[in-house]
Design a protein around this ligand. Structure first.
Ligand SMILES: N=c1c2ncn([C@@H]3O[C@H](COP(=O)(O)OP(=O)(O)OP(=O)(O)O)[C@@H](O)[C@H]3O)c2ncn1[C@@H]1O[C@H](COP(=O)(O)O)[C@@H](O)[C@H]1O
Length: 107
């Protein structure tokens, strides 16, 4: 267990987006734009799913790390702070996912 949090990773991503040089993958990815960064989220999600269904626990942890990193890059490119996501999750506590689903407006 480390003290490292997703907020720490968000700070690093923000720094690289603002100050990253040619050695920064974050900066290089951001330069390709939102479509490429969003595509990477999709790719990493699929890789995490494949690891999950194949019972590859180490792979699942590694692919999930890739996924969370790329998701944070996409959030920051979109101008959405991680705190908004955490607030959304916090607002859902105390209510089951099935209750939330039942309360959704009917389409
Ligand atoms: N957590 C990560 C992280 N996870 C994955 N990756 C990179 O994501 C890339 C994914 O590899 P792929 O083979 O899927 O993609 P690719 O072939 O490089 O790219 P495409 O051809 O798909 O465009 C690799 O280069 C990984 O190193 C990450 N790059 C950076 N970070 C964090 O961001 C920090 C800043 O990194 P830089 O921006 O590189 O300084 C690092 O210190 C880390 O904390």
């Amino acid at each position: 267990m480390t003290g490292f949090t997703l907020f720490d990773l968000e700070d690093i991503v923000d720094d690289r987006l603002a100050n990253g040089d040619a050695t920064s993958y974050t900066r290089k990815l951001a330069a390709k734009g939102m479509p490429k960064a969003a595509q990477k989220v999709g790719e990493e999600a699929v890789e995490a799913v494949i690891a999950a269904v194949s019972g590859d626990r180490k792979g699942l942890a590694s692919e999930t790390a890739d996924l969370l990193y790329h998701l944070i890059v996409v959030l920051r490119l979109a101008g959405v702070p991680l705190s908004d996501v955490m607030a959304e999750l916090a607002a859902r506590t105390g209510r089951s996912g099935l209750e939330e689903k039942a309360a959704r407006p009917k389409e």
